[in-house]
Design a binder for this molecule. Structure first.
Ligand code: GUN
Length: 294
């Protein structure tokens, strides 16, 4: 029996439809147009694709968008000045600085400069702190998307042995935190594995839900999981190019060997990726509503 494919593309599509209706209503009833600014420093091809997709999705949903493409040698001072300008701009409810930033810029300093009320990435310490405390806040987009995927696919998380591979600030740490909260798609028993974990397979074999965000193509193979596991693959790795120059993508999970044992699995592409952008849009709409006191 093959695994159920958890389609992020389909789930994202239905959430985007909901958002499109909400954006139209906000405009009609309250004359509020949510606004998002994306800031990209340098010309990393993957980041350019992500920022382009964010801008395009904003437009499709009726969200006002601005985009800054800054050169690689932009100074930290100039970037901070731009963030400050966006903090003050009332047309902008969400500010997204694409990561990673060039080495000469202090990433934390830039993220901390964003007004927490406009921090639609959920990376500001105020929002991270609120998230850990279980208070209402902007949730980081990829973990938020994973929660929605689990919930909308009917995966029971309460009491589930959940193993997270990876401890990044963007995925591993926040998803582990969210899944231990007393909430829908929470109440899980969570183990976090990382590069210093002594026996990775011991942990992955125990997992009812396995969330993989390590950045290594096909890291998890069929022999590492148990029958019936639900697998969420967060990896987006460029492993080559087609004849026409299009990137060939692989997840962090070896889909072919894992799918026969799993009860459900997200594909790459078409799994977590589309959800991340959709949750960014959701946070931007939320930011606009909050700013308008709605
Ligand atoms: N780089 C990779 N993922 C993300 C994300 O979710 N937000 C931002 N700003 N940069 C990223």
């Amino acid at each position: 029996m093959g695994a159920k494919i958890i389609s992020g593309t389909e789930t994202a599509k239905s959430i985007r439809e909901e958002l499109k209706t909400e954006v139209a209503e906000l405009k009609e009833k309250h004359n509020v147009v949510p606004g998002l600014v994306t800031i990209l420093v340098g010309a990393d091809p993957a980041s350019q694709v992500y920022v382009g997709a964010k801008e395009k999705t904003s437009k499709v949903l009726g969200i006002y968008s601005e985009r800054y493409d800054l050169p690689e040698d932009t100074s930290e001072e100039d970037l901070l000045a731009l963030v400050e300008k966006c903090n003050k701009n009332e047309k902008l409810h969400g500010i997204l600085v694409q990561l990673p930033l060039p080495k000469h810029i202090n990433e934390a300093k830039v993220l901390y400069a964003i007004d927490p009320d406009k921090d639609v990435d959920g990376f500001h310490p105020v929002n991270v702190g609120k998230m850990v405390l279980g208070e209402q806040c902007f949730l980081p987009c990829t973990p938020h998307g994973i929660l929605e995927l689990l919930e909308r696919s009917g995966v029971e998380t309460s009491g589930a042995e959940t193993v997270v591979l990876g401890r990044s600030n963007i995925v591993g740490k926040p998803i582990a935190n969210l899944m231990i909260q007393k909430r829908a798609s929470g109440n899980a028993t969570v183990t976090v594995c990382h590069t210093r974990t002594a026996d990775m397979k011991f942990h992955t074999k125990r997992a009812d839900i396995l969330i993989v965000a390590v950045g290594v193509p096909k890291f998890v193979t069929g022999d590492m999981v148990k029958e019936g596991v639900v697998v969420i693959d967060v990896g987006v790795n460029r492993i080559g190019k087609t004849d026409t120059g299009k990137a060939i993508l692989a997840g962090d999970v070896d889909f072919d060997s894992v799918k026969d044992k799993a009860s459900a699995i997200t594909p790459v592409p078409g799994g977590v990726g589309p959800m991340t952008i959709t949750m960014l849009m959701k946070n931007t709409v939320q930011a606009a509503k909050q700013a308008a006191g709605l």
